[in-house]
Design a protein. Structure first.
Lengths: 168, 512
């Protein structure tokens, strides 16, 4: 049965194997090949350990209590990852937040700190279900300006406030 | 040593540093109170602010945040039975029942006095233990350091609890793997960079800590929406706390508990890998046993001892966990690991040399712990009713703020927008691992120790002419490695031993 631990073990096994395969891309100079310790030594040891440990976790026999725990976990997961009437779709919210963060990463330079941050804060509050727009905007603008003043005026970190096309 | 204490006192008592302790305690209490955000996130969120400070000030601020967060965690444990921090789970056992009976104020006061005493007593131990250990550790060589780091990593896994040892080990290895990304320090060879310029310097520890703790904890709180019952509890928490005064009998009951739990907490805190969570559970269990059958039955229903013990022990363990960090430069927990990362980014190498080269950092941190504990008591206790209002702050505002502070904290250090994208990737991966109940702290510890471990191992090999024999010929190294093996395998084997003993007893019983 594919339990919680076994899913984790499979993920780690895949990661360790991929990591192990990429060790061959680490360049070694000819004279280093015979040294006891090269840039490849630790990665090799780690990937072997990773494979062994994830196999051990994968093949560990299931005991009674673990089986019960797994049932509870499974029920919890189904509740977490599906649409709940009334509460919305939490997983969807998380995904939207990730999109907002990625978008923030792309816009913070071209749009400038003030605009990009305000947009990000308002957008993520909206995603989480905040519908009092005036409050959302005033909090977002307040936090953004306060933070910008704190960083630039008191902590001497320069942050471009305005979009690039308006000059620096 | 007296010189050191005096210079530390001078540094710690400067107005800026006192202000920082106060700010740290306050901010820590605030963040620690939010369910889900623990001390690791609290400290990580502070790091970008501390970059402009000198190391002593920065570390003082972070230490303040650390015990502030533990204190804040106990507040939410007591008031709404939702521990913000793993170290305060045990405080909810008796704290919440006490609050439910209408003695929330009293429970908070007990927690505050116990934390204060635990923290202060442990700071005295630290004052004695740290310098003496630092002197001893000057004799350590790179081979011993390598062994110590192995010990630290295995201990974290071993203390992960029953059934979790394998998972914790696996996550430690995962952290070690992540630490190999970037340019190899001694040979300048690029590893696992996929030819990307942004990865040449490796993954910054701040980025990893923020993404896997602050960000993923915030995302997790979105995934687990509050139930109606929890919402009601949060509303109740702000209604009426009751009197904060303790009776003389209660104080009498607390004093011996505090004494025992401080010692236990400190010792557990010093152990690599253990820390506040284990200390609080051990102290709770120990007091329940000492209390005897009659008083022991009160545990779990609002016992004074049951609250005082874990509260004392977790704060004592916080102070204790500074011993390996300050003397050996080896963090014993996720929280001290992140402080180590911060210290390294200030250009300070923690370890035995810290005591010699930066005595003002060493001593001022220790001295500031006394100040921090006083401030927690004087400032936070009367302010708790107001701080507790943060629990009523809407989720829809709080989560975006945490996301913003985490992202911007990393971005303001590197000014590289690639870091923001990388954080989203790590946070999503961490969220998946969290949903699978994989522990994250061992990963962070593995990541921070990884680079140091490889460097020490390589140096040891160079000194020993590429021979691995030092692992068993140098006694200190050998014994540390033996301890590491014992720490790892004894808990794994103990169920087998118990079972076979039980079987033998059974057969003996049948025969006789």
């Amino acid at each position: 049965m594919l339990t919680r631990d076994r899913i984790g073990a499979l993920l780690m096994l895949a990661f360790s194997l991929g990591y192990g395969a990429m060790i061959f891309n680490i360049p070694l100079l000819p004279f280093q090949a015979n040294q006891a310790f090269t840039a490849r030594t630790l990665p090799q040891a780690l990937s072997i350990l990773g494979v062994v440990l994830s196999l051990a976790l994968l093949l560990k026999p299931l005991r009674g209590t673990a089986r019960e725990d797994d049932k509870i976990w499974r029920a919890n997961m189904i509740r977490l990852l599906t649409r709940v009437p009334g509460l919305g779709f939490p997983l969807g919210k998380v995904l939207m937040l990730c999109v907002a963060m990625v978008f923030y990463g792309f816009t913070v330079r071209p749009l400038g700190f003030l605009l990009a941050t305000t947009l990000f804060l308002v957008a993520s509050m909206y995603v989480l279900g905040e519908r009092r727009h005036v409050m959302a905007f005033s909090i977002a603008i307040g936090v953004t300006v306060f933070f910008w003043v704190l960083m630039t005026q008191f902590l001497d970190v320069y942050i471009a406030p305005l979009p690039t096309f308006l000059g620096r | 040593m007296l010189d050191g204490i005096l210079s530390g006192l001078g540094t710690a008592a400067s107005p800026l540093n006192i202000l920082m302790v106060a700010v740290g305690c306050f901010a820590g209490t605030f963040i620690g109170m939010l369910p889900g955000l623990g001390p690791i996130s609290a400290i990580a969120l502070m790091i970008p602010i501390t970059y402009g400070f000198d190391p002593a000030t920065g570390l003082i601020l972070m230490a303040g945040v650390y015990y502030g967060a533990i204190f804040g965690g106990s507040t939410s444990s007591i008031l709404i039975n939702a521990p913000g921090v793993a170290g305060t789970v045990a405080s909810a056992f008796d704290g919440y029942p006490m609050a439910k009976k209408g003695h929330a104020g009293k429970a908070l006061a007990i927690a505050a006095y116990s934390s204060f005493s635990g923290g202060t007593i442990a700071a005295i131990f630290l004052l004695v233990a740290a310098p003496s250990l630092a002197v001893v550790s000057l004799a350590f060589q790179s081979t011993d350091y390598f062994a110590l780091m192995v010990l630290g990593l295995t201990a974290v896994a071993a203390f992960a609890g029953r059934g979790n040892v394998l998972k914790a080990l696996l996550m430690t290895i995962f952290g070690l793997m992540l630490s190999t990304v970037g340019t190899d320090e001694t040979q300048g060879i690029q590893r696992f960079t996929f030819g990307m310029i942004d990865l040449i310097d490796g993954i910054s520890f701040l980025l990893l800590a923020m993404a896997t703790f602050a960000l993923s904890e915030a995302m997790m709180s979105v995934l687990k929406p509050k139930t109606e019952e929890e919402k009601i509890r949060e509303k109740d928490a702000n209604a009426n706390l009751g009197s904060m005064k303790l009776s003389r009998e209660e104080v009498k009951e607390m004093v011996p508990v505090i004494g025992r739990s401080s010692v236990l907490g400190f010792l557990v805190g010093v152990l690599p890998g253990a820390g506040a969570t284990i200390a609080s559970f051990l102290a709770y269990g120990m007091e329940q046993r000492i209390a005897g059958p009659e008083k022991g039955r009160e545990f779990g229903t609002g016992s004074v001892r049951g609250l005082a013990a874990p509260e004392t022990a977790n704060n004592a363990a916080c102070s204790g966990s500074f011993v390996p960090l300050l003397t050996l430069g080896i963090p014993g927990s996720g929280t001290t690991a992140i402080m180590l990362g911060a210290l390294i980014s200030y250009g300070i190498q923690p370890g035995p040399r810290l005591f010699v080269e930066n005595p003002e950092v060493f001593w001022s941190v220790i001295i500031s712990m006394y100040l921090g504990n006083v401030i927690l008591l004087v400032l936070n206790l009367p302010l708790i009713p107001y701080i507790a209002r943060i629990l009523a702050l809407p989720h829809t505002v709080l989560v975006p703020m945490i996301l913003f502070f985490s992202l911007i904290g990393v971005y303001f250090v590197s000014f590289n927008t690639f870091d923001i994208q990388l954080m989203v990737i790590f946070a999503s991966a961490a969220l998946v691992l969290r949903l699978l109940d994989m522990p994250m702290a061992p990963m962070l510890l593995g990541f921070i120790l990884g680079g140091m471990m490889e460097e020490n191992l390589r140096r040891a090999l160079i000194i020993n002419n590429d021979s691995w024999a030092f692992l068993w010929t140098r006694p200190l190294t050998f014994w540390i490695l033996v301890i590491a093996a014992l720490v790892l395998f004894v808990p794994m084997l103990s169920p087998f031993v118990k079972r076979s003993l039980a079987r033998r007893r059974e057969t003996a019983g049948e025969g006789g």
